[in-house]
Every structure is written in C-alpha cells, then in structure tokens.
Design a protein around this ligand. Sequence first.
Ligand code: GDP
Ligand code: GDP
Length: 454
Amino acid sequence: MVPVIALVGRPNVGKSTLFNRLTKSRDAIVAEYAGLTRDRQYGEAKWQGQSYIVIDTGGLSGDEEGIDAKMAEQSLQAIEEADAVLFMVDARAGLTAADQMIAEHLRKRNKRSFLVANKVDTIDPDLARAEFSPLGLGDASPIAAAHGRGISQLLQDVLGVFKQPEPEPEPEEGAADETEEQALARIPGPSEKDGIKIAIIGRPNVGKSTLVNRMLGEERVIVYDQAGTTRDSIYIPFERDEEKYTLIDTAGVRRRGKIFEAVEKFSVVKTLQAIQDANVVIFVMDAREGVVEHDLNLLGFVLETGRSLVIALNKWDGMEPGERDYVKTELERRLFFVDYADIHFISAKHGTGVGHLYKSVQSAFRSAITRWPTSRLTQILEDAVREHQPPMVSGRRIKLRYAHLGGANPPLIVIHGNQVDAVPKSYSRYLENTYRRVLKLVGTPIRIEYKGGE
Ligand code: GDP
Ligand code: GDP
C-alpha cells in the first residue's frame, strides 16, 4: 500500500511550499499571508522509486478554541488516515502556543509524527532543534522548503519506515546498452494472482456499492473468498469469461454469504490509495447531478497517477431525453482533459450497460501495457513529422529523429531529436493524438518525453 503523509502545522509555516516541492505541482496556493482559507490538497509524489500520497491539510490555527474545533472534518480525517504526519514548525518564528496545542493533539492521537523545522535558511539549525525540543516530539529535522534543503534526509527518515513496493521499470536511457528486447521485457503484464485490478471510485451516493453488488452478483461471475482486506478498501478477487480480476471496493461493501452490506464512509485517502493500487479505475458519476467540482479533482488525480480510466455515468434509468442530451454536452465540455476514456451510460440498479464495462476495462488495461517496438514508434513519428513539421526555432528546424518506449502503464514514448526543449505544447499534443489514433490506444493517458543530442 502506498503510504500517506499528511503535512500539519499552523498557517504560514511553509506547508504548501513543501507540498509543491514534494509533488512538483503548482496546484496548491502558496500564500504570502496567514489566514487564507483553502481546500485540502492531495498530491502524488515519488522519491527514489517509492510512490506516496501527500496531503496538505491546510492551516491549523491551534487557538484557544482548541484545534479540534478549528479543523475541518476532512482535515481531521486526513490526519487520522495518514500513516505519518509531518508536523511543521517555523524556525524563524520560533515556538508558539499553537505549536504546543498541535503537538498535544498529535501525541493524544498517538500518530507517527515527524517534527520538521522549516525556514532554517534564516536561522542556525542547531538553535532550531533546541527551540522546539520542549514539544517532546524528539529532534526537529531542519529543512528549508523554499530552497530544497534537508528534504532528502527528511524523506529518507520518513519513507524509510515503510516497505518498498515492487520496483517500477525505470525509463530506459537511449544510450543504455540493454537491448530493446530487454527493455520491453521489463514492462509489467497483469499480475498472475490478482488479474486486472479495478478500483470503483466516486463521490458518496453515486452508486458505487450498487455497482459493486451488480458486478459481483452477475451470473457469469465467480467470486472467490476474499484474500483478506487491506486498510479500509476491500479486495475481491473474481473471474469472468476466464479473465481474472480483483475489484477494489472503496465503498466498503462487505460480502457476507450472498448478502452485501455497506459498512464504510467515504474517505478521500482511501479513494486515492485505491486509485494508486489499481490497474484500471472505473470512475462512477451520478447522471442526475452531472459533473461536480469534486469529480474533476478526483479525475485530475487519476490523470496524474497515469492509471487507466473508464467512466460510468450511473442512474441513467428514467432520465428524460432532454436531460440526457444536456448531460452528454456537459461531459464533452468539462471532461475534455480525460477524453481518452470510454464513457458508459449505465444503471447499476437495473444492471443496464454494466456488462459492457468489462470490454472497456480490458482495452484500457491492454492499451496501458502493450509493448511497441522502436521501429513502429519511429515510423509513426516520421509519418507525423512528414504530415506536419515541427516549427523553426531561431532559424533552425526542430528535428525529431526516433522514438522508443520508455515505460508502460501509462505508456511513455521517448522521442530523440535536436532542440527538443523548444517543442511547443501544441506539437506534443499533436504527436500524442497521432500515437493514440494510430496505435488505437484507449483509456490510458500517454506521456511523451524528449531527449536531446544525437
Ligand atoms: P503554509 O500556510 O503553511 O502552507 O505556508 P506557505 O507554504 O504558504 O509559506 C508561508 C510563507 O513562508 C511563504 O511566504 C513562503 O515563501 C515562506 N517560506 C516557505 N518555506 C520557506 C523557507 O524554507 N524559508 C523561508 N525563508 N521562507 C519560506
Ligand atoms: P455509494 O455511496 O456510491 O456506494 O452509492 P450507493 O450504491 O449506496 O447508492 C446510493 C443511492 O443511489 C441508493 O439509494 C441507490 O439505490 C441509488 N442508486 C444506485 N444506482 C442507481 C441507479 O442506477 N439508478 C437509480 N435510479 N438509483 C441508483
């Protein structure tokens, strides 16, 4: 399981700055002043091949009302579900009463916590350590989030306590002396044991439990006894048309004989972990509510992780033709960033369209892990360039010479050429669309990476 790390601390200690550095995203707003309310931020991060989820919990003011009152429920829940908390304090500002209250809270919850003193670019790290020792959380790790100082050491300490997952294939270096055959052999297929792992994801009440029940209750499905549950999500192995699958059920439907029972509440962390652990995500939305902001956030996360995606518009039963047209237009307009995903209009309640999900799951999964030889990828590149040349940069034309596969799940296409730093985004999109069309890739994002030199 991917570890979850929550960033906790009062406003302005540098949580967003650290979050952005860890996730390399600019999504979280870095505020120049305290007290700016903002949503929790969830991000995917990777350090030395190990994936983890970071949550920026927003500021805990820890004032006289007590921090419990000040913490949004989602924030509290994030702390509860995190495997470790990075409790950040501001070395420049020194120890405050709010820090004391937060420390007290973490101690009470018995959370695995790491004390982190930020902004040590402004103060001697040894002084910072001494300053915060009264918190009783051990020596503070000195960092300067804004400058990247101390981060490696911190990650080593924090992530060191979690087991290393199976190594992912490193992108092949163009100059590496391994053969293409060897490089391609490192791309994973479906796991023997689990088959295709499908996570059923979506906001509360969109119909996830109903869909899980429907999928498992189908006549053609053989459900095996659960191999055990991990965390809050439930892993249910089954077989359908001689294909193995494992359903990752975030809604917490538990099998008891032939009866299914809903037991858990919605949790963002659980959802993110299930996405991370899946091969294919079935993203469920409620057709009657259309696309809401939270759907977009979750879909953004799915895109970020590169997982294959199938979208299910549920509760399609009993909708008026006018409503249906409206929903379809909305989808087209707002889900353009995941337009590679198949969309199914289903009724989990009545079973309509549910069987068709499998075909999309399969093609999405196969698309994500298929191995394409260098000759094929290069041929497509050459054809694409002939059709539509890359632009000139300071009088010289950008040259794209050859392409090879650098990884799978999602497919990574590495393109070698000259002046590749100057390739415009629109041209990358053109290449991506060309690859998608020619290779008939569905349900998976494609990543394109450029390498300069010869
Ligand atoms: P948050 O409210 O805890 O998320 O804090 P922010 O990340 O928004 O940072 C608050 C302020 O501290 C910003 O002005 C940052 O530029 C500044 N800051 C963050 N990290 C550092 C650091 O390592 N050194 C210094 N000097 N300033 C920092
Ligand atoms: P979850 O919270 O996402 O697991 O959602 P549930 O599966 O518990 O469903 C929430 C509500 O939506 C329940 O009342 C279901 O009966 C209802 N529901 C689920 N699927 C459908 C559907 O396809 N059509 C209709 N009309 N209602 C549905």
